[in-house]
Design a protein around this ligand. Structure first.
Ligand SMILES: *Cc1c(COP(=O)(O)O)cnc(C)c1O
Length: 228
């Protein structure tokens, strides 16, 4: 009941063209089902085992997004069904996704993670590293991955102007790539930015996809082991 209301409240603030990814990590299958019953079809998870367990038991028309840091040795478990991997932070990971997607006879859509936050702990390419990586072109050798945009997380701060500034940096890289490297690839059109605390700022600064968890499902209980 609460989940349906929360979803409605979050959606009410979103422009119709912005995709809402409901981040359901650490939440029970019954809670995801509640969101599903309220019409939500796109879910984001950040742990491979948990995602695999949930995918098995929930409706097949859910689009599963992997939003967290993905270890190369775990790609094989999600390659058969994942619809978008948000946070590709190395060519090694891109290569492994290509390999596993090929084994499944499919191509997997991915976003490249851009590091703009002040925290050391956030993964990803800096804008400069990303430009270099795109220019060098090794990524073109992986036909079973399709790079469809960029993803970023802002610094965890109350300083809204800092958050806006970080999102702007990603957006400007995104637009630059759209009009250069990806000019003939209209599928490069996704900018995943914004979480519960900053999704409205992200939307104002060009996000096309927000990843919202706690505003929909409530606080996560990290102490509670996950049970599907
Ligand atoms: C957990 C998580 C979110 C959602 O965070 P909330 O603050 O609960 O909305 C978004 N993006 C990533 C990468 C996450 O790991």
């Amino acid at each position: 009941m609460m989940i349906a209301e929360n979803l409605q409240r979050v959606r009410a603030f979103l422009k119709p063209e912005v995709l809402l990814v409901a981040v359901s990590k650490f939440h029970a299958v019954s809670e995801l089902q509640e969101a599903y019953d309220a019409g939500q079809r796109v879910f984001g998870e950040s742990h491979v085992q948990e995602l695999v367990a949930k995918e098995k038991v929930l409706p097949k028309d859910i689009e599963w997004h992997f939003i967290g840091h993905l270890q190369t040795n775990k790609v094989k478990y999600i390659a058969p069904f994942v619809s978008l991997i948000h946070a590709v932070d190395s060519l090694k990971l891109l290569k492994e996704i290509d390999k596993q997607a090929q084994k499944c006879g499919r191509a997997v859509d991915v976003l490249i993670q851009i590091h703009v936050a002040a925290e050391e702990t956030k993964f990803g390419f800096t804008p400069d590293e990303a430009e270099r990586m795109f220019a060098e072109g090794e990524w073109r050798n992986y036909p079973h991955v399709r790079i469809v945009g960029l993803m970023a997380m802002a610094t965890n701060t109350d300083d809204e102007s800092q958050i806006a500034h970080e999102f702007d940096a990603v957006r400007s890289l995104f637009e630059k790539l759209q009009s250069s490297t990806f000019t003939s690839q209209p599928s490069f059109c996704n900018l995943s930015m914004g979480m519960s605390g900053d999704y409205l700022i992200a939307q104002e600064h060009g996000s096309t996809m927000v990843r919202v968890g706690s505003l929909i499902f409530g606080e996560r209980d990290y102490g509670k082991p996950f049970t599907p």
